[in-house]
Write a protein that binds this ligand. Structure first.
Ligand code: IMP
Length: 429
């Protein structure tokens, strides 16, 4: 029986899903890669033979000629997809003919992006999230409110498509104006990118499919699926650090609905975590490092967002958070990325519990902002890891660090120690 795997980020995103998805996609057992949620708020950077690809909506499997599907749970920006991402892939010589799109995916429209921008720029109080300003939250909100547009409309005739969009545009500008009186409706409507939308529609219309029946048939025929996540478990709308989360479900729940898989279809869940922690945007981050250490890690780990270029906040590894995310997702095995970034630190801190209102706890409470981390301090290592080929080649303190991570009850199966494909140590079973 073919395997259906899920790759899920178990921190706040940016764990290295791009590179890991790239490695997993090459497995001959993987026939179809499905991106299950999020939109171009995500950025998956992959380096292949010296070429760098920044993917935002298209699953990384496209680079290896796999069939790639944009899943039911995605918030798709059609203009960016066609004129930015697909165009760049084509320019780089990638065959993009295997991209297909679920007719149930939500569409991010220009008014969503405008509203996201207005909200982020006008609020400095409790409403500010530090979003990527890609209109993601507004798109999913409309979907939940049952007034959103879905990718099925891209397959309509031009007339029908435009009349649906026009009606929504009218409603949307009214409600944005009511919320943000400074919003210039006339100028927004005058500049509305009708032509770009139509060109995007023409390109995407033949790619729209009924994803559930496509996926189920593929499984029946023995094809293996890789469900590729975006963001990370702690950004999950329901189970992350609400309200400082994204508006979709990066967890396994999102993989099921985004790929139309049943729980029984899933054979393996792979979690991915950095050897330390990062987070962009606002929200609680208990293990954030002291500024001078953080600065060093940010530079060494090139911790700047692929999508927004924002510097990421950096923190120590948080085993309480990691255990929570692994349990939530049913992670079978972990990949630990960027272990090399920790080389050279004399001491490394690992969060093993929290203090909440004077009590020691070992779970993630709904409001992570109230906890104080309790650390264990371990010795670091000086050695460069470039020539380490197997686990036993790693410095002993580095091996001990990995073993410490495994105390959460999940085995570490892969360790990445650099951005290139070959920079991976696979641990024996
Ligand atoms: P939004 O998804 O643009 O609405 O942003 C909501 C929160 O999720 C913000 O804190 C973003 O920085 C964060 N976020 C969204 N996508 C990513 C990602 O791909 N990596 C890391 N953080 C993300």
């Amino acid at each position: 029986m073919a395997r259906n795997r899920v790759l899920v980020g178990v921190q706040w995103g940016d764990e290295g899903k791009g590179a890991e998805g790239d490695r997993m996609s090459q497995d001959p057992d993987v026939d179809i890669v499905i991106r299950y949620g999020g939109g171009n708020n995500a950025g998956h950077r992959v380096k292949v033979n010296g070429q760098t690809f920044d993917l935002h909506q298209v699953p990384v499997g496209v680079i290896f000629g796999k069939i790639v599907l944009l899943g039911n749970g995605m918030a798709i920006n059609p203009i960016e997809l066609v004129f930015d991402e697909i165009q760049k892939l084509r320019d780089a010589g990638v065959n993009v003919s295997s991209i297909l799109i679920s007719d149930r995916a939500s569409l991010v429209m220009p008014w969503h992006i405008e509203e996201d921008r207005l909200r982020e720029e006008s609020s400095d109080g409790p409403n500010k999230i530090g979003t990527t300003k890609r209109g993601i939250g507004q798109c999913y909100r409309d979907d939940a409110d049952r007034i959103g547009l879905r990718a099925n409309i891209l397959a309509f005739s031009q007339d029908r498509f435009e009349s649906v969009v026009e009606a929504k545009l009218e409603e949307a500008v009214k409600s944005i104006k009511a919320l943000y009186p400074s919003f210039d409706v006339e100028s927004f409507v005058a500049k509305f990118p009708w032509q770009d939308l139509e060109n995007a529609r023409l390109y995407l219309a033949p790619l729209i499919i009924d994803l559930p029946s496509y996926v189920w048939k593929a499984i029946e025929e023995g094809n293996g699926i890789l469900a590729e996540g975006a963001q990370g478990a702690m950004l999950d709308l329901r189970l992350g650090t609400y309200p400082f989360v994204t508006s979709s479900h990066p967890t396994i729940a999102g993989a099921l609905d985004g790929c139309s898989l049943s729980a029984k279809d899933i054979t393996d869940v792979f979690g991915i975590s950095k050897a330390y922690t990062t987070r962009v945007g606002l929200g609680p981050f208990p293990t954030r490092m002291a500024p001078v250490v953080e600065e060093g890690i940010r530079e060494k780990g090139a911790e700047f967002g692929t999508t927004t270029g924002r510097g990421r906040n950096c923190g120590w590894l948080d085993l309480v958070q990691l255990k929570y995310a692994c349990r939530l997702n049913g992670v079978d095995a972990l990949t630990i990325t960027k272990i090399d970034v920790l080389s050279g630190l004399e001491k490394i801190q690992i969060c093993v519990a929290y203090r909440l209102n004077g009590r020691i706890i070992d779970y993630v409470p709904a409001d992570l902002g109230q906890v104080e981390p309790i650390y264990e301090t371990v010795d670091g290592w000086e050695e460069d890891l470039a020539n380490c080929q197997k686990f036993e080649d790693l410095p002993l303190n580095c091996q001990a660090y990995i073993r410490k991570i495994e105390t959460i009850g999940v085995p570490v199966k892969r360790i990445s120690k650099g951005p290139e494909r070959a920079d991976v140590i696979v641990l024996a079973a």
